[in-house]
Design a protein around this ligand. Structure first.
Ligand code: PMP
Ligand code: GLU
Length: 401
């Protein structure tokens, strides 16, 4: 047995990636799986972005780049922040990493001392508490209520701030609920933060472009510009441009923190992939009209999936306003018996049953810190969605009291 460092005891595999890998393995083994586990658009990266990458390679952009990213990309991010957030950031307040996840990892590494607290509204994206714990921090999980679309309220924030609080995480549009914070809600949160100067905001805006029903994305820094140097904006090209595999994210915030992220990168990845950087610059600078079609396509899937799932006896879910997830309440299935006579006791049991009986992979709410729910990613084809929903319905109808 290879002896690992003690710190490896403090981290679990990402359940989203692990379950997606399990679905792929089952499919390779010949099982006819419908996979709703992964939050990854099924579109391909737009052609002009691919072409920018090819051109970059042909022009020799195949070498190390500056640790914090090539000027072309940093300028594109600067322009993007000015265009979409209406905020001005100097180039040395911006950095680029190998995915938003890596930047969040580095941000916690750079800022947390043992015992430091991070307020994480639940349900949350799977990696936040894991990364906080990995760096000795304490995740302070604050459960949202369905009446408020699980969003953190200003009162909840106030009640959980202690002298040890370093960060609060705002992820809007949200993974896994699809909830979007309004300007008014962000204003109230900002008001609390203006009374507690030691608290920073990690604003994970990766689903920024994916909102529906005329709901608009807003950022806490736009609502309260005085939070500019206390907020780390984390964003990336994975979701909006279907570039999950290119591994490219960016962050903007306080000078000292950005320099620390650069320092960590200089001793780890050196720089994000040069070719992906060129592609990302073209994505950010290029036309965004394709997003109208993509959003409409996600919107149709959202509505169809919500309607079918909501009509299944025992399941219910809110209509999400953003991202590409449904967070399905399965409380009324608990206590029912499977055809094999096993009692469903948790959302984990429900997911296991759906996998075994219906061959549908969904992710249990326990992975997101709020049960009894499961998450469906509708970033897959309508055909897949309808097939999976029918299978779920059939499996649920086989449960008995
Ligand atoms: N934040 C959230 C909320 C996510 O759902 C994801 C999943 N991709 C990420 C960050 C990480 O994105 P990436 O590393 O692909 O940029
Ligand atoms: N964020 C996506 C998800 O939640 C991709 C996997 C991951 O990075 O967690 O499914």
């Amino acid at each position: 047995m290879f002896k690992l460092s003690n710190r490896m005891n403090a981290i679990q595999p990402s359940p989203t990636l692990a379950l997606n890998a399990k679905a792929a393995q089952l499919r390779a083994d010949g099982v006819d799986i419908v996979n709703f586990s992964l939050g990854e658009p099924n579109f391909n990266t737009p052609l002009w972005i691919q072409e920018a990458a090819i051109q970059a390679m042909q022009q020799g952009l195949t070498k190390y780049t500056p640790t914090d990213g090539i000027p072309l990309l940093k300028q594109a991010i600067q322009k993007k922040l000015s265009r979409d957030y209406k905020l001005d950031y100097e180039l040395d307040l911006i950095t680029v990493g190998a995915g938003t996840k890596q930047l969040i990892f580095n941000a916690f590494m750079a800022s947390l001392n043992p015992g430091d607290e991070v307020i994480i509204p639940a349900p949350y994206w799977v990696s936040y508490p894991e990364l906080v714990r990995f760096f000795g921090g304490v995740p302070v999980i604050v459960s949202g209520s369905p009446e408020n679309e699980f969003k953190l309220t200003a009162d909840q924030l106030k009640a959980h701030i202690t002298p040890k609080t370093r960060w609060v995480i705002i992820n809007s549009p949200n993974n896994p609920t699809g909830a979007v914070y309004s300007q008014g809600e962000l204003r109230q949160i900002a008001d609390v933060l203006m009374e507690h100067f030691h608290v920073h905001v990690l604003s994970d805006d990766i689903y920024e472009h994916l909102t529906y029903d005329d709901v608009k994305f807003s950022s806490i820094v736009k609502v309260e510009p005085r939070l500019k140097f206390r907020t780390l904006i984390c964003n990336g090209v994975s979701k909006a441009y279907a570039m999950t595999g290119w591994r490219l994210g960016f962050a903007a915030g306080a000078f000292d923190l950005i320099q620390a992220l650069n320092l960590l990168q200089s001793q780890s990845t050196s720089n994000p992939c040069s070719i992906s950087q060129a592609a990302a610059a073209s994505a950010l600078n290029g036309p965004h009209s394709f997003l109208i079609d993509w959003r409409q396509s996600f919107d149709e899937r959202r509505t169809a999936t919500h309607n079918v799932i909501g009509a299944i006896p025992g399941l219910s879910c809110e209509m999400p306003k953003g991202a590409f997830y449904l967070y399905v309440n399965c409380e009324r299935l608990l206590g029912l018996l499977t055809p094999n006579g096993e009692v469903l006791r948790s959302d984990h049991d429900v997911c296991t049953y759906l996998l075994e009986e219906a061959k549908v992979m969904v992710i249990g709410g326990s992975a997101f810190g709020l049960s009894p729910y499961f998450r469906i990613s509708y970033a897959t084809s309508m055909e897949n969605l309808m097939e999976g929903c029918q299978r779920i319905e059939k499996a649920v109808r086989r449960l008995v009291r």
